[in-house]
Design a protein around this ligand. Structure first.
Ligand code: NDP
Length: 336
């Protein structure tokens, strides 16, 4: 199959800083961009070496392209993905896939019915660090899994302090932004998420948008066998000096991963058992977005599966929505 031809929906920061380079590294060709603003579209195309641009989504979908990458604001993902699928394009959609589970379900079902690839651009489950943790856990290295803990508290870069912080802006807030990334890592590791309890607050003086910028969540999982598992996540836009991490605790050992949730794969996997503490070899040389784009390309070619399928994206969204509802209601929310 010749190189995948891509149309970009959204003149976004993540497309410019990560994904265009990853598309090219995966052998793909970026044809052009759709933006809501003609000036932004023209600037973005010129700045990123794209041959074409448009403010008409139907025009982009008429281009000779195989796939679209959607990185617009969260509230637009659903409608744009449905239109792209109906136009016969494979879809790599940014997280969260949609704002409601029924919307993400509709995306997944439409892609399946049309035989098209729909994937969520969750970069973390494809990280060799997380692949190694899943491998150690399924090999029984730490016994029966009991609990996990994710530290994903970061400082939101100034250039991104816009729509994410808008109180009442659909799709804003730290939970849809970061907790859904955590769920993309925890779900394939721990089994089925069954309930979430969360608290969310606003902390940063610079957060004039007013939306919550810090959250802590407890998620209960049920695996195929064994006791219920508890996972705890700390997600924040306000913490400037912490490392991200993942810990998984079992009856026979603990796995610690340093720098587990960053965009760059600089972390280390450490295994602690009765035999002692040792670092586990992991090859972290590949860019996570390139891993994701190569997996998506293989899925389109019928030789692989995406790093996070549409269904994986749906399940990550369900956890985030449950956490968000819990933070508002003060109650534990069950996940279907
Ligand atoms: P941006 O704010 O950079 O872009 C989102 C949209 O905002 C763009 O599509 C653009 O609309 C509009 N926009 C961009 N710059 C301006 C501006 N200066 N003035 C007015 N509007 C502007 O968002 P991000 O790149 O941070 O996020 C985009 C998506 O990607 C989100 O869904 C987010 O959750 C996801 N994301 C995923 C990451 C991952 O690691 N998987 C990391 C970061 C984000 P238009 O297209 O109409 O020009």
């Amino acid at each position: 199959m010749p190189a995948l031809k891509w149309g970009l929906i959204g003149a976004s920061d993540i497309a410019a800083t990560r994904v265009i380079a990853a598309i090219r590294a995966s052998g793909g060709e970026t044809i052009g961009v759709f933006s809501g603003s003609a000036d932004r579209a023209a600037d973005f195309a010129a700045g990123n070496g794209l041959p074409d641009y448009t403010t008409d989504l139907d025009a982009l979908l008429d281009w000779e392209i195989d796939a679209v990458y959607i990185s617009s604001t969260n509230a637009l993902h659903f409608e744009q993905a449905i239109r792209a699928l109906k136009a016969g394009k494979h879809v790599l959609c940014e997280k969260p896939l949609a704002l409601e589970a029924v919307q993400a379900e509709a995306m997944v079902e439409l892609a399946e019915a049309l035989g098209l690839v729909l994937a969520a651009n969750h970069h973390l489950p494809g990280s060799p660090l997380h692949a190694k943790v899943r491998e150690l856990v399924s090999a029984g290295t730490i016994g029966t899994v009991l609990s996990a803990k994710i530290a994903h508290a970061v400082l939101l870069p100034e250039r991104l302090r816009g729509w994410r912080l808008g109180l009442g802006t659909p799709g804003s807030g730290v939970i849809l932004d970061i907790t859904c990334h955590d769920a993309s890592v925890l779900n394939p590791l721990l089994g089925t998420p069954v309930a979430a309890t969360a608290m969310a607050v606003r902390q940063a003086a610079w957060n004039t948008g007013g939306q919550e910028d810090a959250a802590m969540t407890v998620i209960q999982y049920q695996g195929d066998a064994g006791p219920p598992v508890l996972a705890q996540t700390h997600d924040s836009f306000t913490v400037g000096f912490a490392q991200t991490s993942l810990e998984v605790h079992g009856t026979e050992g603990t796995i610690q991963v340093t720098d587990a949730m960053t965009q760059d794969t600089a972390g280390q996997v450490i295994l602690i058992t009765a035999s002692g503490t040792r670092a586990v070899d992991v090859d972290c040389s590949q860019d996570l977005y390139v891993i994701g784009l190569r997996a998506f390309t293989a899925a389109v070619k019928g030789t692989g599966v995406p790093t996070a399928t549409g269904r994986d994206g749906l399940m990550a969204l369900k956890v985030a929505l449950a956490a968000q509802e819990s933070a508002v209601s003060g109650r534990t929310v069950h996940i279907n």
